[in-house]
Design a protein around this ligand. Structure first.
Ligand SMILES: [Zn+2]
Length: 362
């Protein structure tokens, strides 16, 4: 059987997100944190790779780096005006161009490498070299607009990879399933007018950005699907969303490639959201998409801010993609099971999904 590929590069962990304390720039009354920086920090990702090395999962995968995205690749999505501004600051001492996207010297090359990891993952699966592939991309990409970086995202990694693969004729109809807890506003905007790219985003309503991601925003060709959920949704709700909304939409769209914009920040211990997902939620959602896609799945890492928990969520997902028997048991399994919504809240969440099933005509 073909292998699962895992694309990563230590240099992506060297991107430095500036002098912030969680979401606020340091200064005035905001005291610097001892840990320093934004919540989008290297450790969540590096610890995922470390866990895979320690359990032996890495040894079952085709682990490798990739070339950086080329200027031509970047220009398919981003205007030269933005790229040259970014490049100039990166060649100096770094800077900040959008909202919560500070970067240090050399960030342009690191961001291009992050996009390159996703390009390699998409092309590796589209060409049939690998059964499926996971890109540990950092910085992430799903919030980035063509000319305005935001939400820790400097380049639109998945959009860049989709356009690169389509330019080479490797795929035609692509579906992006974004289960990061924040709205995939960048991917939505970039493919807004494109009937051949379905963008689905499951997110905590109005978490980030606070004014996008509503369910009635479906695009001119009905190829955008926003699934905003109230805070407090957990394992059962996410699986119900997959079963009743995501999979029917995917079946009717019939993509030739499925890409997951993979954030682990809907997990119950994440500091930037109020959702209640677990390791088992990500494992089960991966299994559902694997079944739909006949195993041919691409995943690109987006958010997820618990240094403890992200590695276990990612490990479960990648083991599922690889069909591996190696398990890294959830260290918080008992705790997360005890924190799921009560019966009343669960019924309310199901009624929200009922409304969306009717709204989307599924
Ligand atoms: Zn996120």
């Amino acid at each position: 059987m073909q292998k699962t590929a895992f694309f990563w590069d230590e240099k992506c962990f060297w991107h430095f997100g500036g002098n912030y304390a969680l979401l606020s720039p340091v200064g005035g009354l905001v005291q610097p944190l001892v840990s320093g920086g934004l919540p989008e920090a290297p450790e969540t990702k590096r610890r995922l790779k470390n866990l895979m090395d320690v359990t032996g999962l890495s040894a079952e995968l085709a682990c490798q780096s990739s070339p950086a995205a080329s200027e031509e690749d970047l220009r398919r999505v981003h205007p030269e005006s933005y790229l040259s501004q970014f490049r100039a600051l990166s060649d100096g001492r770094g800077g900040e161009l959008g909202l919560r996207t500070p970067f240090g010297p050399g960030a342009y090359q690191i961001a291009a490498l992050s996009a390159g990891l996703v390009i390699a993952a998409v092309e590796g699966v589209a060409r049939g070299t690998y059964r499926n592939a996971y890109a540990l991309s950092r910085p992430p990409g799903h919030h980035c607009l063509p000319d305005w970086p935001n939400g820790f995202c400097l380049l639109a990694n998945i959009a860049i990879a989709v356009q690169a693969a389509r330019a080479k004729g490797l795929c035609h109809r692509v579906a992006v399933v974004d289960w990061d807890v924040h709205h995939g506003n960048g991917t939505e905007a970039i493919f807004w007018d494109d009937p051949d790219v379905l963008t689905i985003s499951i997110h905590q309503e109005h978490c980030y950005p606070s004014d996008t991601g509503d369910a009635d925003v479906t695009g001119p060709s009905n190829s955008n699907m926003n699934i905003p959920l109230p805070p407090g949704a957990g394992h059962a709700t996410y699986l119900e969303v997959m079963e009743r909304l995501v999979l029917p939409k995917l079946r009717s769209f019939a993509p030739d490639l499925v890409i997951v914009a993979c954030g682990f920040d809907a997990a119950f211990v994440d500091p930037l959201s109020r959702m209640l997902c677990s390791v088992e939620t990500y494992r089960a959602m991966t299994a559902m998409l694997m079944e739909f896609a006949g195993g041919r799945l691409v995943a690109a890492h987006e958010g997820g801010y618990s240094e403890l928990y992200v590695p276990f969520c990612g490990h479960a997902m990648i083991a599922e993609m690889a069909g591996s028997a190696i398990d890294a048991p959830d260290p918080l399994a008992t705790r997360v099971a005890g924190q799921q919504p009560n019966a009343g809240m669960q019924a309310y969440l199901s009624s929200v999904i009922d409304g969306m099933v009717a709204h989307f005509g599924l």
